[in-house]
Design a protein around this ligand. Structure first.
Ligand code: ATP
Ligand code: MG
Length: 566
């Protein structure tokens, strides 16, 4: 490819809305272009990277015996009613009505479609196990689309669905996908960590996420040296022993204007760990107010809460002051004693003694409150685990990191096959629901995660395996006869063996170098003053090492690196 024929649309400055390095660089390097919030067009260079990532995924899925298909993004409401998700999925589902008043959605995921397809096509157990996948565009009306391809409203996903005769079969299919994901993300050279995960909107009873480790990741994970690793939405922890303190009598204290846990603990000069907070939520799915009782320094874990309430994160909000008042209490002074609503109590609170709670009247708290004696509730795990909490497996303190969720796999079991009648006939002639798994990779999010892990101030540093082009030849001055001759020679020598660009543009050398550093081509061969001796400068984008070598050595280096791509 000649640079003069390429659509190179690099920008000096990134558009304002781009906040993180990878988003800024993808826009500045002209890999993609923003359309409206959360919607992007891939430009020629970006599309080449996307295709390479897709192909690695495709190769590994095919190696694992999965079969590729391609479904429409358009999905009829009827199938979503069969699974029960039309009403449950919430406002993220992009719905619309056609000219005949039929309701549709643009698929955010494809469980319903694959389940209905397999129900129609597969009757005999001879066809099982079966794992079908596609690489296809998904739509989610995200509340806050941001960070470019990380959280967009239209994105490319690889989704796969496995169908087995029984649980044992699902275990095998699931493990095979777990191993396949490890291969895919390793080949893509991501620094990643598989973690235990919540099953969210998809359902089922076991799940792992694959996290690309990054400070800008929206997910938090906790992990332990023993190997336990989990998304904080899902993470559990061990607790110390129950307090042995003698229970003291409940005592009312005046706490004028002391509303937050910090204010109260400062005012009463106690550790926040000696306080307990009570949050009131409105669960719109079940149309009720719910109290959540946690140790004062803890954060509530909304995912655990909606799982317990059989609700949905989109339908759970903190109650308004008015709603709190309707429970005969007052914002800032809410406590668990005598509350007239469903009360969820974090299990840790039941191990505490003589703690401080709101007294449900203005400017007042109680000292020496105790679970069981002063109030009761449904005892559950509803806290967000953090660094320092004790590992649920080995009891050692855990550490915390941030990650970008690039993939997730789920054991769905019979959630969809039962609801949608996707069965096979067993030896006794009985209809048995198939046992399903589903497996997603955010292809476009993965692309941006690679940039997040591979860049510097000057631009992207694509790993060779996904780079839009592998090598660029840059003559300092293409009008110089000798430089032109050497550049053309190198280009002709490499063009059938490597993905090579010749920068034949009539631009200043500094301008050209900046472009290729921003775009992130792994190798640059510069033809300058010593072209008459067939000596070039060879620059490695990853290491920034620049060396003068012969043009034949430059060719060999490029070809050798390419032959080492796995
Ligand atoms: P998240 O928790 O980040 O919203 P999710 O758990 O809802 O993601 P899944 O249903 O597991 O996502 O989808 C499979 C994969 O698709 C995810 O692991 C992620 O990589 C990708 N993905 C999901 N939502 C988006 C989005 N809005 N933009 C880009 N990629 C996404
Ligand atoms: Mg997920």
């Amino acid at each position: 490819m000649k640079a003069s024929k390429m659509l190179i649309s690099t920008l000096k400055e990134a558009p304002q809305e781009a906040k993180i390095d990878s988003h800024i660089l993808l826009l500045r390097a002209g890999m993609m272009k923003a359309q409206v919030a959360g919607v992007y067009q891939f430009l020629p260079l970006g599309l080449r990277v996307l295709h390479k990532i897709e192909n690695i995924i495709r190769e590994e899925m095919d190696n694992a015996g999965c079969l590729e298909i391609l479904c429409s993004a358009l999905q009829p409401k009827e199938l979503w009613e069969e699974s029960g998700r039309w009403s449950k999925y919430g406002p993220e589902l992009m719905r619309f009505t056609d000219r005949h008043e039929r309701d549709f959605c643009l698929g955010p995921t494809h469980e319903e479609i694959f389940t209905s397809m397999v129900r129609d096509l597969v009757k005999s157990s001879k066809n099982l196990p079966l794992n079908l996948y596609q690489i296809q565009t998904k739509y989610r009306d995200e509340l806050r689309p941001r960070f470019g391809l990380m959280r967009s409203r239209e994105f490319l996903m690889k989704d796969a669905y496995s169908f087995d005769k029984d649980e044992a079969g699902l275990d095998v299919s699931y493990q095979l996908m777990f191993d396949t994901y490890n291969k895919i993300f390793s080949r893509l050279q991501l620094h990643f960590q598989p973690v235990l995960a919540d099953t969210g909107n998809i359902g089922g009873n076991a799940s792992h996420q694959f996290m690309a480790l990054s400070e800008v990741g929206e997910s938090e994970i906790v992990f332990c040296e023993c190997g336990y690793a989990a998304d904080v939405e899902r993470a559990e922890c061990q607790h110390g022993k129950a307090s042995l303190e003698k229970l003291l009598p409940l005592e009312e204290v005046s706490t004028p204007n002391q509303r937050t846990i910090e204010e109260i603990s400062n005012f009463l000069r106690v550790d926040t760990k000696k306080t307990v907070k009570t949050l009131i939520y409105h669960d719109y799915a079940n149309k009720e107010l719910v109290a959540v009782v946690l140790r004062g320094d803890r954060e509530a874990n909304n995912v655990k809460i909606v799982n317990i309430l059989n609700s949905n994160e989109n339908y759970l909000e903190l109650a308004t002051d008015e709603e709190i008042k309707s429970l005969d209490t007052i914002h800032g002074f809410v406590g668990p004693i005598g509350l007239k609503c469903k009360v969820l109590v974090d299990e840790e609170v039941t191990l505490m003694a003589n703690f401080i709670v709101g007294a449900n009247k203005a400017d007042t708290h109680y000292l020496n409150c105790n679970y069981g004696r002063d109030f009761e509730g449904i005892v559950v795990d509803i806290k967000k685990v953090t660094a320092g909490d004790l590992c649920p497996v080995c009891g050692k303190p855990m550490q915390q990191k941030r990650g970008i969720e690039v993939g997730q796999i789920f054991k769905l079991q019979t959630k969809y096959s039962k609801a949608m009648n996707c069965t096979y006939v067993n030896e006794d002639g009985k209809d048995i629901p198939m046992v399903m798994g589903c497996y997603g990779i955010g292809v476009s999010r993965t692309l941006q995660s690679i940039v997040e892990q591979y860049h510097d101030e000057a631009g992207i540093k694509w790993p060779l395996i996904v780079a839009p082009y592998q090598v660029v030849i840059v003559p300092i001055n293409y009008n110089d006869k000798e430089q032109k001759a050497l550049s053309d020679f190198l280009y002709d020598s490499l063009k059938n063996k490597a993905e090579v660009i010749l920068d034949d543009r009539n631009e200043r050398p500094g301008f050209k170098f900046k472009d290729w550093e921003l775009i992130g081509i792994p190798y640059m061969i510069i033809c300058g003053k010593r072209s008459n001796e067939a000596v070039v400068e060879f620059k490695d984008r990853a290491t920034l090492v620049k060396e003068e070598i012969s043009s034949s050595e430059a060719i060999n280096r490029v070809l050798e690196s390419i032959s080492n791509i796995k």
